[in-house]
Design a protein around this ligand. Structure first.
Ligand SMILES: Nc1ncnc2c1ncn2[C@@H]1O[C@H](COP(=O)(O)OP(=O)(O)OP(=O)(O)O)[C@@H](O)[C@H]1O
Ligand SMILES: [Mg+2]
Length: 323
């Protein structure tokens, strides 16, 4: 059996805050395979970015982390910062929602790209040639002009392309993309998605795509994990998630998509509010809002277990498929 590139196992993250301990992630578990695009989807505040920051080990100091994050055979959570510096930027890279925050406005694109190239390989002979090659790989025709531009001379989409080219300098095996298209217009979003697919094919990179956008998931991703309030509640191949939904929360999420709105009908919503991470409900975190909950749901935390060999669900009372 081929080992996954990344295996997140029972990851718990809490933050100490002025109001008390916020239990943000609870037993988050998923795997990403070689050359796979895996999406993590969920409402705002459910813990997607905290999961990403745990994987790249950049959580703030007020965090407490438990569990295991196995990347290329090593537990990230046990690595020293000096080893982690090696991992970041080389075998693992991250691109952010706002591309301007990954680029330094004071330096030309070419300088930033060459810096990243030489820090990954100090012996490289012609960093500029490699930089121009990378700019061309991410779709720029006028590579010399982009190389000599300051970030603010480029559009948001172009900046995101540059950020992606910088993230590729170390030929990462895992690229984490946290809402990489949210700040962009629809056409540019499509181009960036196309580019991520190309990156996966050219560099054999696995991608962890974090998004709210289920349309994006349908076009790009091999498998999807649905998060609700710090727990991964369902994982499966993209088609199964959409057409053979097992978790009541996933069903609610799909029903609340605008394309499901029939003429003159209001959009269905999931009743109730998100609980507070300072006092999460015992048992399944979704049970207070779940139409299918029963007594055991409030007592025990459902583990995420296989329902078929590829489809996993954390629910005591999953949907049967024809509901
Ligand atoms: N440093 C911190 N201290 C305390 N709480 C935090 C900290 N960072 C994040 N949180 C809390 O963790 C929860 C998850 O946040 P996170 O940013 O991961 O959400 P998200 O799913 O990425 O949301 P969005 O879709 O809006 O980006 C939120 O309740 C947030 O307030
Ligand atoms: Mg986020």
């Amino acid at each position: 059996m081929v080992e996954p590139i990344l295996s997140v196992e029972k990851l718990d993250v809490s933050f100490s805050t002025f109001e008390g301990l916020a239990h943000v992630l609870s037993k988050v578990t998923f795997k990403i395979n070689h050359k796979e695009v895996f999406a993590l989807v969920g409402e705002t505040g459910c813990g997607k970015t905290v999961t990403a920051l745990s994987i790249i080990k950049l959580l703030p100091r007020n965090s407490y982390v438990q569990g295991r994050i196995i990347f290329n055979g090593r537990n990230i959570l046990e690595l020293k910062e000096s080893d982690m510096v090696e991992v970041r930027g080389k075998s693992m890279a991250m691109i952010l929602q706002d591309p301007s925050s990954s680029l330094n406005p004071m330096f030309k694109v070419g300088e930033q790209l060459c810096d990243a190239i030489t820090s990954n390989d100090p012996n490289i002979k012609e960093p500029k040639r490699y930089a121009l090659e990378l700019l061309s790989k991410v779709g720029f025709k006028d590579t010399e002009r982009v190389f000599n531009s300051y970030p603010n001379e480029l559009s948001g989409g172009m900046q995101q392309r540059v950020a992606i080219s910088i993230s590729l300098t170390g030929k990462p095996t895992l690229l984490i993309a946290d809402e990489p298209t949210t700040a962009l217009d629809v056409l540019t979003q499509a181009q960036i998605i196309q580019l991520l697919k190309q990156v996966r094919d050219t560099y054999s990179t696995s991608v962890l795509l974090i998004t709210h956008n289920l349309g994006l998931v349908a076009t790009l991703c091999d498998r999807v994990g649905i998060m609700y309030f710090g727990q991964v509640v369902e994982i499966g191949p993209t088609y199964d998630l959409f057409y053979n939904t097992k978790h009541p929360y996933t069903k609610g999420l799909l029903q609340s998509l605008p394309y499901n709105k029939l003429k003159n009908q209001t959009l269905p919503t999931i009743p109730g509010d998100l609980p507070s991470p300072l006092s999460p409900p015992s048992g399944c975190r979704f049970y207070p809002r779940c139409p299918r909950s029963n007594e055991s749901c409030s007592k025990d935390v459902p583990e995420i277990l296989p329902i078929t060999d590829k489809h996993y669900v954390a629910c005591f009372n999953p949907l049967s498929g024809d509901e």
